[in-house]
Design a binder for this molecule. Structure first.
Ligand code: ADP
Length: 734
């Protein structure tokens, strides 16, 4: 009893019964001793008989309680583990309990009512008569019930929970035979006590149960947490889609001529939707971090450019707040580093944004120091402010998600309490460290140390590779862009944003429609493709497109799934690039300039690159790609001559194009005219109708010395030459 009650127990039915059983057997032992004592010492006392009856009642109570225990441990409703959903079983066990209780009270009443003979000779005490018989009958009935239960549960008999039952049957048999031969040895209560003691080792170990209970609770909590994370991530995704429309249209509106009042309102819409976007991104990030799905995507990047971007962003955020923003970037920072610049930027911007948010006046110091060791550059980034500071007791909760402090003071400061949690996780994902020092009401200093690999490369080389210089809206008149999205509003947003580049926009509402268009021979310079579409996803559509012979159009994945790691995923799937929704104007500029502003050099370079594909001289392929082969054949006579002329055209272009470029730069319109005239004639013979037409326009313009026209439409001409040369090259297998 001492051991049992000194341990922490779990509140299960089994345990509750055992608790009663242990008390019951204890009381029975006391009554046993008392009745023997009274029976022998005060032989004929008025208490002798009632005490002997009470002892019988006590024995009956123990046996009935033990029966209840066996019923409970054997019941199929008792799953043998913590009954978290005990409620549904409880009424079943309650009914059994009530029946057993009724049996107990009934038999107790009878025991007291019917006579009991007590005979004592001063050494020993004997009890017999109807009262004793009733208790034997009840005990016998209970034991029969146990045997029935054992038979019913014969498959589980090896379960250690039944050990006390077997022990009881065995010991009871031994006890009865001993008592038969040596009536002065009292054993019944001792057997009951021993069995109760034995049961202690077979009931569920309270401590183990506790652990199990904790595990179940933990599992449930984790499940709930996962469900929450998933919900948040889905919600964020859902929010991003309409947000795409808000950001897209307001951005487009801003570029229109608007009345003054509207300009401000549009600015406000943009700021608010950007804030909302930041929140949604934060939630997406944190849910990814929690699901261990946030990947660090390492690329080569320009360190100085990154810092410049951060600084100008923060300067804009400070606006007219009376804050001095002081920056120091170590001059020795290697220009090209290898790491996840998007996440590094996010870390610095988070810290600086907090500094701006939580500082009313004074200054913010942003410092980047570097320690270089072999090919590793340790960036020590610190952000120090003269703001409200953080209380000592809040410091350890600082990096916990959704924790915000001093809410009464910061009532107007926007925030979710996610920034620092994300920042810390990101720093740790990059094997870095973050520390914070703060004096309440004086200011705070956050320091981050991250190691980045040094890349021995010239910055101009990197810029050329990344082709990120272009960041302005430009005119790509004549370029054909196909946008594929199942959401009509998204299509409208994309169309509105593309309008400014004066491209020729085609919209498709499904992957199938896109495929049909391409199969119909429609030519595009670029396809922007949403991924999450019903029936056929963007990725599936792309795979189908790639199966179309001669399909070469670059395809950009367009998706609200703006999680890091997605870029790699889409590139692996075969997309040329990736654009996150809401479409950001700058990113769009970069992407479009990369694919639509195909420079002359690139066209020429393309021509010189050897192609190892097997030639497939089936002219219908050319037809499918929009070339008027019939027209060519009519002029050139037969297929062989046509193909030879194609070869000539290709070879001629290799020398012709650099010259065209040269004359354009020198503004030598006379010679320019001669070459475009030649290109026009060749094109006509070969059925390159569009190229023939464009060359003709250039010929006319250059003959009139209209340099402006040439400049304006030069890219268009080069794009078309590029397209034709690619087709021809593929066709000839060159
Ligand atoms: P948010 O800024 O969105 O509330 P963060 O996770 O970035 O969330 O920051 C958590 C909390 O830490 C903030 O609400 C603020 O109380 C406190 N805090 C963060 N940075 C600073 C700082 N530079 N100065 C004072 N308090 C800060």
């Amino acid at each position: 009893m001492i051991i049992y009650f000194s341990k922490k127990k779990i509140n299960t039915l089994e345990n509750r019964i055992y608790r009663t059983l242990i008390i019951d057997v204890f009381i029975t032992l006391i009554i046993d001793m008392a009745s023997v004592y009274f029976g022998i010492v005060y032989k004929d006392s008025i208490l002798t008989n009632p005490l002997a009856k009470l002892y019988l009642v006590a024995i009956v109570s123990w046996i009935i309680l033990f029966t209840y225990y066996i019923i409970v441990i054997s019941s199929r409703k008792n799953k043998g583990h913590i009954e978290i959903n005990e409620d549904e079983n409880i009424s079943y066990f309650n009914r059994i309990f009530l029946i057993l209780l009724a049996v107990f009270f009934g038999s107790s009443l009878l025991i007291f009512l019917v006579p009991l003979e007590v005979y004592s000779d001063g050494k020993m005490m004997y009890t017999f008569g109807p009262s004793a018989t009733i208790s034997y009958v009840i005990a016998g009935m209970c034991i029969i019930l146990w045997i029935l239960i054992l038979i019913r549960n014969r498959k589980k008999l090896e379960n250690k929970k039944y050990w006390p039952v077997y022990a009881f049957i065995l010991l009871a048999t031994i006890a009865v035979s001993i008592q038969f031969n040596f009536p002065d040895i009292l054993l019944v209560t001792s057997v009951a006590a021993f069995i109760t003691f034995l049961t202690y080792f077979t009931i569920e170990n309270p401590d183990l149960k506790m652990i199990e209970q904790l595990n179940v609770a933990k599992e449930q909590a984790e499940k709930a947490n996962r469900a929450k994370t998933e919900f948040l991530s889905n919600m964020s995704h859902e929010i991003r889609t309409p947000l795409n429309a808000i950001v897209g249209f307001s951005q487009a509106l801003k570029e229109e001529e608007l009345p003054n009042s509207a300009i401000e309102e549009v600015e406000d819409i943009i700021t608010s939707s950007n804030n909302l976007l930041e929140i949604v991104n934060g939630i997406l990030d944190i849910s990814k971090i929690e699901a261990n799905k946030l990947e660090i995507v390492n690329t080569e990047y320009s360190s100085k450019k990154l810092m410049k971007e951060v600084i100008s962003l923060i300067q804009a955020r400070i606006g007219d707040k009376p804050l001095e923003f002081r920056t120091y970037i170590d001059e020795d920072i290697p220009s090209v580093l290898y790491g996840d610049h998007v996440r590094i930027k996010q870390i610095i911007v988070n810290l600086l944004t907090n500094a701006v948010k939580y500082t009313k006046e004074g200054h913010i110091d942003f410092k980047v120091n570097t320690v270089i060791q072999e090919d590793i550059c340790r960036m020590i980034i610190s952000v120090e402010d003269t703001g409200i500071g953080i209380k000592e007791e809040d410091m350890n909760k600082l990096f916990t998600k959704f924790e915000r402090f001093e809410l009464e003071k910061n009532i107007t400061t926007e925030g979710t309490g996610l920034g620092l949690a994300i920042t810390k996780s990101l720093v740790e994902l990059m094997n870095g460290k973050i520390v914070v020092q703060s004096i309440y009401q004086k200011g705070s200093k956050f320091t981050v140390a991250i190691d980045q690999k040094i890349v021995q490369k010239d910055i101009s080389e990197l810029e050329q590779e990344l082709n990120t210089e272009e960041n302005q809206i430009f005119i790509a008149e004549g370029s054909k862009v196909l946008v594929v999205d199942d959401n009509k509003i998204n299509l409208k947003v994309a169309a509105r944003l593309l309008k400014d580049y004066q491209v020729d926009i085609t919209l498709a509402i499904s992957g199938q429609e896109c495929i049909d268009k391409v199969l119909n021979g429609e030519k595009y310079d670029l396809i922007l493709m949403d991924d999450m579409m019903p029936k056929m996803t963007g990725t599936q559509t792309l795979q189908n497109l790639k199966n179309i012979i001669g399909f070469q159009t670059p395809v950009i994945a367009l998706t609200a799934n703006a999680i890091t790691g997605m870029r790699v995923k889409y590139m692996k799937a075969g997309f040329n690039d990736y654009l996150a929704k809401p479409i950001d104007r700058n990113t769009l500029n970069i992407i479009l300039s990369k694919y639509l502003k195909k420079k002359t050099e690139e066209v020429i370079k393309d021509v010189f690159i050897e192609n190892n594909e097997e030639p497939n001289l089936d002219l219908s392929i050319l037809k499918k790609q929009g070339i008027d082969v019939e027209h060519g054949l009519e002029l050139l006579g037969d297929e062989e001559t046509y193909i030879m002329t194609l070869e000539d055209f290709l070879n001629e272009s290799k020398t012709r194009l650099p010259k065209i470029e040269e004359y354009r730069i020198q503004k030598d319109m006379a010679n320019y005219a001669i070459l475009v005239h030649a290109m026009k004639s060749d094109s006509k013979y070969l059925g390159f109708m569009k190229l023939a037409d464009l060359s003709y326009q250039h010929e006319l313009a250059s003959k009139e010395n209209n340099n402006a026209f040439v400049e304006e439409h030069y890219d268009e001409l080069m794009n078309e030459v590029g397209t034709i040369l690619t087709i021809v090259k593929n066709f000839l297998g060159k």
